[in-house]
Design a binder for this molecule. Structure first.
Ligand SMILES: *Cc1c(COP(=O)(O)O)cnc(C)c1O
Length: 227
């Protein structure tokens, strides 16, 4: 592992290459630096090397880090599972929630956003692997959830997110990425735009980009192995 600045540069180069390979504009792909369990020092290093979007899994941990690191010039995204009883804080703290996965959570986010006078941007997390991933809504249920969210005034639905099982060979993740893209295309046929596809992590983000990712969530390839 090199230092964080070099790692970030390498990841950006890989994003560029993967995008050019399929004729996509690399500018259209947002890199989310995943900072769960990463200490402040290292996060600051990434920020000074140009990371502008930080992804956190836990509301509490994120809140502490925001107080230390600040928010100016930065976006904080919630990528981990969100419990309904933390919806209020999530609405206050995050620019984008990647993990909307139930109607119950959607109602609570809408209610809290209304109370705060805010519009909360969300992605629906889709569970494409049933057994291996605990979170996310089943593919068959996504369209119903989309229709329910569309009538909520204080949630703005931006797209879909998924997290395939981990494979040593990233090619094995490809079918999941294809499946998420196809789901997005099906929903868009109903006249509901879903511009963002959040898919791809350290082990497989190049494959995800080839299949249409607009957001990649990368932790270890930037910060090294987690504690
Ligand atoms: C931890 C995490 C990531 C980043 O995983 P790496 O393998 O460190 O790149 C991405 N998305 C989610 C939802 C995560 O929990």
């Amino acid at each position: 592992m090199g230092n964080i600045k070099d790692n970030l540069r390498k990841v950006r180069e890989m994003i560029q290459e993967a995008a050019s390979k399929v004729g996509m504009d690399p500018q259209g792909i947002k890199l989310i630096a995943v900072t769960k369990t990463v200490e402040l020092e290292k996060i600051r290093e990434a920020v000074s090397a140009g990371a502008t979007i930080l992804g956190e899994n836990y509301v509490q941990e994120a809140r502490k880090k925001m107080e230390e690191i600040g928010r100016i010039g930065l976006q904080w995204h919630l990528i981990g599972h969100l419990q309904t009883n933390k919806a209020k804080y999530a609405v206050e703290l995050f620019e984008l929630i990647h993990s909307l996965d139930s109607i119950k959570l959607a109602r609570e986010l809408d209610r809290r956003a209304t109370a705060a006078g805010k519009i909360v941007d969300c992605l629906i997390e889709v569970n494409l692997s049933q057994e291996s991933s605990k979170f996310g809504i089943r593919k068959e249920e996504v369209l119903d959830l989309v229709h329910e969210i569309k009538v909520m005034k204080n949630i703005s639905l931006k797209g879909l997110m998924t997290m395939p099982p981990y494979f040593d060979d990233p090619e094995l993740a490809r079918p999941y990425f294809i499946s998420l893209r196809k789901l997005k295309e099906e929903i868009e046929k109903e006249g509901i735009p879903l511009p963002e596809l959040s898919m791809g992590m350290s082990s497989d983000f190049e494959v995800a980009i080839e299949e249409g990712a607009t957001m990649v969530r990368v932790g270890r390839a930037i910060f090294g192995e987690r504690r």
